[in-house]
Design a protein around this ligand. Structure first.
Ligand SMILES: O=C(CO)[C@H](O)[C@H](O)COP(=O)(O)O
Ligand SMILES: [Fe+2]
Length: 225
């Protein structure tokens, strides 16, 4: 059977009550999340700090069979490959902007048994990431400036998603930043299939219904491709 794109919702726990990281994560999964998007910041690549591999490892000890993606907003992504692999991360998504040898990093991430995600900031042209698609499992198009949750969705980034979907029909394309019920159609129609949503899901009165709405909107758009 031919491979088919799948709509997947990966909530970001960035704006949740981080003192209850496990409970908040488990609640998201019980409410239908397909994977967890864990935002790692180093206070250098972005002006904020979040969590690192020790916390991811503790979370992994409590949540066994769920796909963990770490979104590495760090200046030296090479440094954290081994610790994140050891922490049980499934996909290591890094920003290409500060990296000199992207193929080498992709190779090393795979060597450590993780999938490769390539992320670009809003100001980075899609041509910069296109060169490395064959070495990756997913491309992340940021729809806010990385660093903080709760920002406004940048609709002008959809041209990048459209371009990638048109040229790479089976590529996993993720969007991240300001995505929720009011912006999901835009992402779905452009061709994104992996959806990160933080504030909109965490703050939803009905988390399960919100996750379902996001996934259904994306799956319907994919099925029309
Ligand atoms: O990478 C991120 C910020 O740099 C977060 O994943 C993203 O902001 C999700 O949160 P929200 O949906 O609230 O924007
Ligand atoms: Fe993120």
């Amino acid at each position: 059977m031919a491979r088919r794109l799948q709509a997947m919702i990966g909530p970001s726990i960035l704006n949740s009550d981080l003192s209850r990281l496990y409970e908040e994560s488990q609640k998201l999964l019980d409410n239908g999340a397909d994977y967890l998007h864990l935002d790692v910041m180093d206070g250098h690549f972005v002006p904020n700090l979040t969590l690192g591999h020790p916390v991811v490892k503790c979370l992994r000890n409590k949540i066994k069979d769920v796909f963990f993606e770490t979104h590495m907003m760090v200046s030296n992504p090479e440094q954290w490959i081994a610790p994140m692999a050891d922490a049980g991360v499934n996909q290591y998504t890094f920003h290409i902007e500060p990296v000199d040898n992207i193929p080498e990093l992709c190779r090393k991430i795979k060597e450590y048994g993780m999938k490769v995600g390539l992320a670009i900031k809003p100001g980075t042209p899609v041509s910069e990431v296109e060169k490395y698609i064959s070495m990756s499992d997913m491309v992340l198009i940021m729809t806010v400036e990385p660093g903080f949750g709760g920002q406004k969705f940048m609709e002008n980034q959809m041209v990048k998603v459209q371009y990638l979907r048109e040229h790479y029909p089976l590529l996993n394309i993720e969007v991240d930043g300001g995505v929720g019920p009011s912006t999901i159609s835009c992402c779905a129609n452009a061709g994104a299939n992996m959806i990160v949503s933080g504030t909109a899901v965490i703050g939803a009165a009905d988390q399960a219904a919100t996750i379902k709405l996001l996934r259904n909107t994306v799956q319907e758009a994919i099925d029309k491709l």
